[in-house]
Write a protein that binds this ligand. Structure first.
Ligand SMILES: [Zn+2]
Ligand SMILES: [Zn+2]
Length: 211
């Protein structure tokens, strides 16, 4: 498995390229910005994007959707419950004082239990509402050290804010306790922003998850 995670854009969203050594296919997770850099990395890694997916509809995670689709032809995936945010990208851009991307349709909707497969890799979709209504996490079970691409649901030492459009503190806590902390402790967490962590570390040190 080939994996590169790197921050993009003004808000330093963690974008990830996850690729198969067998088929040279890849998914790009959360291409919020800096698409030329994303494409340069794909080229250097000799990977072809098969899916473009986002953990939720905030502009720092989906701002590059149109540009990367135009340049690669790969389909765009999002959870249906965040379409209202995706359609409000001009409003989100205005709030941040940045240029809004042109509109571009989503190709398919992801939901709980969906699987995205390519080569030796399978990504499982978990619907984890709270930060936004359509927030999803992508779980790559791996062998004994799977990965969770958590978006803005979980950070090292913190959780996503719930005071934005459609956010809910009760929902994010329910999502975390039912679908996130139930994963194996050595699961590596790739959050939407900031450093990587593990489920075990967050269960011990994250003030929102300690019981
Ligand atoms: Zn967000
Ligand atoms: Zn974010």
């Amino acid at each position: 498995m080939i994996i590169e995670t790197f921050p993009v854009g003004m808000l330093q969203c963690n974008c990830t390229i996850l690729g198969s050594e067998q088929t040279r296919e890849a998914v790009v997770i959360d291409p919020g910005d800096d698409i030329p850099e994303v494409l340069a990395r794909l080229k250097r890694l000799r990977l072809t994007p098969k899916y473009i997916i986002a953990t939720h509809g905030h502009i720092d995670h989906v701002g590059g959707f149109k540009e990367i689709k135009d340049l690669t032809g790969a389909p765009l995936y999002l959870h249906r419950s965040d379409l209202f945010l995706y359609e409000a990208l001009p409003m989100q851009a205005q709030l941040l004082g940045i240029a809004a991307p042109d509109p571009c349709a989503i190709d398919a909707h992801l939901d709980e239990g969906d699987e995205l497969g390519f080569g030796e890799i399978t990504l499982r979709v978990h619907h984890t509402p709270g930060h936004t209504p359509g927030s999803i996490c992508f779980h790559e079970p791996g062998h004994d050290d799977g990965r969770l691409f958590a978006g803005d649901t979980l950070f090292m030492g913190s959780i996503g804010r719930t005071d934005l459009w459609g956010g809910s503190f009760e929902e994010i806590m329910d999502s975390l306790h039912r679908k996130v902390v139930t994963l194996p402790e050595n699961t590596i967490v790739v959050p939407g922003h900031g450093p990587l962590t593990t489920i075990g570390r967050e269960k011990r040190f994250n003030p929102f998850l300690r019981r």
